[in-house]
Structures are given as C-alpha cells and as structure tokens.
Design a protein around this ligand. Structure first.
Ligand SMILES: [Zn+2]
Ligand SMILES: [Zn+2]
Length: 357
C-alpha cells in the first residue's frame, strides 16, 4: 500500500509499504477512507517533534472502515465506519482513569499514531487499543463531517472544557486556523457573553466574520486595546492561545484580566518566555496542551444533532497519490486553504459514463 513516510528532517515521501497486520489482540486494522493534514505533521517535518521516529507513516487525523479486529476488541467490528483518535490510551492506568489520556503510561500512550508508530496518511492503519481509539460514526454523519473528530475538533472540545468557560465570560481565542476555529465552535456551545477571535490573516479573519457573525474579530496589533474595550474587568476572563506564533504567548497572558484562566493549546516551534516579574500580581492560572482526546463519542453526538459543523473548514481534497501537492498547498497556505482532506481511494476517475447510457 502507499504510505506517506517521514524520511528525515525536512523530508516526507510517498512509499510502498506492506498492509499492517494485527500485532496485539486489542488492535484493529482500519481502511482509511478520508484523512487530513494537520499542522503537527508540519512540526514533525520541520524537526520540532523530537520524539517522532524516522520511517513512520505520518498522519493522525482520519476516518475509515474497520477491516479486521483482534480477539479482544469488543466495541467495533469489521465493516463499522469509525473515527480514529489521535491518542492511544489503555483506559486503565492512573492517568487514563482520571481522563488524562494524553499521559497514558502505555509505551504507545499519548500521541503515537503518525509520530512514533505508523499513522493514517496511508491506505490502511493499525490502531492499538481499538476499543478506546475508535468511535463508531452514526449513519447520518458523513466522513467529511466526522473527519476532524479525532484530532483538531477533540482538541477544541478539550480546550473549551478545561478553560471553565461560563455564560458571564468574555473569551479571547488567539488564532483562527483549523484548531482555533474548532475551539471557537466548542466555546460557542458554552454560550459565553462575548467571544473575541484574534487572527492576523485577513483571509481567515474574513472567514470567521462571515461564518460566525456573533463573534468579534481583531488582529494581533490591535488585540489588547480591543479586548480592553470589549470586556468588563480589564481583560478577557478566559484566553485560549491556539496560534503558536512568535508573540502570541505574551499576547495571551497580556490580554487576560487578573485571575483569568489562560489555556495554551498551541504547539510552539521554540521555547517561550514566562516573564513572571511582569505578570506578578495578576494571579493567572495557566493550563497547557496537549489534548486529552477522550470525548469523541460526545463530539460525534453533537455533530449528529447539528450542533457542530466543521465541514466548511475542509477547503481542499486530494487523492492519496497526490499528497505532495496537498502538502504544498497546506504548508504554504495557498488558495485560501484551511484543511486538506486526503482520500483513501487512489485513482481519480479516468472517464465518466455519459448519462444517456
Ligand atoms: Zn494534529
Ligand atoms: Zn493509560
């Protein structure tokens, strides 16, 4: 099968690999019908994920159909349409039992797929702990609707949950990339008094204004002043930093009111400065990433009920054999791209039968 592979820093390549086999009785093999490219894939490519293992198939956001299951898998069966969770977790260790699945102590616990073990930018993927890592997609929910459930939408949902948003709050979300918008969708469900999105790209700011007219939009240059003007207690009650750019960490705590919660969702390329003397007396609570992605069933329910719709984020679609082009567009943010979907079926139709036949 074809598998997009991390060769070395700066280099991914589409390679031929054997179809994965069941290695453990709790594994499942999933035929990937739709996958996507995430900015974390680019972090691997650029060397900012040191634990990524050269030679692995990348990709950690996908949906598919279960092909085979190990003897101890009970939650799914061959033929089921499923979302694949970005995180591998045993469900039984100290952290899993508390819902902190990102820190599962299993050797493959946490973000392993497409990082430390073969992922889903391929025709098939082996999913360990399939009972935890796979969720059945309701019949009325399409692959496109479910595509982001296991990763960026799980991240947005988790970020909104741990940020303890209340209906009194002014919430600032920094960054309107795919994860930022997923975070926005999940914060909207909490019905805070105001939501302010800070985004430097005019194209993405326009997307937010058009799609979510109830949301206030500003840019990093004007953000602090804008937040002060549009909040009740000298800053945002809750800040979610989802941009991970040069100055957005500072912007996040700077725009927060005293005693605010500042949730850092972003994955940075470089260390960030925590200038404690400057923030002394602000009494902030910081929460940091990564996602505890254990709410996928609830998220799928919300999609089925029409409360979350991420399909407008999927701006491009390519077959797996054209994944190089998909990366070029995603990496260089060309053509208004937000999310690129990668189709598992490789061959584009060569001809179409005329309707008259
Ligand atoms: Zn990701
Ligand atoms: Zn665990």
């Amino acid at each position: 099968m074809l598998a997009y592979t991390y060769i070395e820093q700066g280099k991914f390549e589409l390679r031929e690999k054997p179809i994965p086999e069941i290695k453990d009785s709790r594994d499942a093999i999933v035929r990937v019908t739709l996958g996507s490219i995430c900015s974390s894939d680019l972090h691997i490519k650029h060397g900012s994920v040191p634990r990524a293992v050269p030679g692995i198939t990348v990709g950690h956001e996908m949906v598919g159909v279960v092909e085979k299951v190990g003897a101890d898998v009970t939650a799914v069966k061959p033929g089921d349409r499923v979302t694949v969770n970005v995180e591998t977790f045993c469900g039984e260790c100290f952290f899993c039992r508390r819902g902190y699945v990102n820190n599962c102590t299993d050797p493959n616990g946490g973000w392993a797929l497409g990082c430390r073990i073969d992922g889903g930018q391929a025709e098939y993927v082996r999913v360990p702990y399939a009972d935890r890592g796979l969720n059945r997609i309701p019949d009325t929910v399409s692959d496109e609707q479910a595509l982001l459930v296991g990763d960026v939408l799980a991240t947005g949902f988790w970020a909104a949950r741990i940020s303890e948003v209340s209906e009194e709050d002014t919430v600032l979300i920094i960054g309107a990339g795919p994860t930022g918008i997923c975070t926005l969708l999940c914060v909207l469900l909490k019905k805070p008094r105001r939501i302010i999105v800070c985004e430097k790209s005019p194209e993405r700011a326009r997307f937010v204004r058009q799609r979510y007219p109830e949301v206030l939009v500003t840019d990093p240059k004007n953000c602090k002043e804008f937040v002060l003007r549009n909040s009740d207690h000298g800053g945002a009650d809750v800040v979610l930093e989802v941009a991970g750019s040069e100055d957005t960490f500072r912007l996040a705590w700077d725009c927060a009111r005293p005693n605010a919660i500042v949730t850092i969702v972003a994955l940075y390329d470089k260390p960030q400065l925590l200038p404690l003397p400057d923030m002394y007396g602000k009494n902030l609570t910081f929460k940091t990433g990564g996602v505890d992605g254990c709410d996928c069933a609830e998220i799928l329910n919300l999609i089925e009920e029409g409360k979350i719709d991420t399909t407008p984020l999927i701006t491009h679609k390519f077959p797996l054999n054209e994944i190089e082009e998909a990366y070029r567009i995603f990496e260089n943010r060309l053509d208004g791209v937000i999310k690129v979907a990668i189709e598992g079926n490789l061959i584009k139709p060569v001809f179409v039968l005329p309707h008259t036949l």
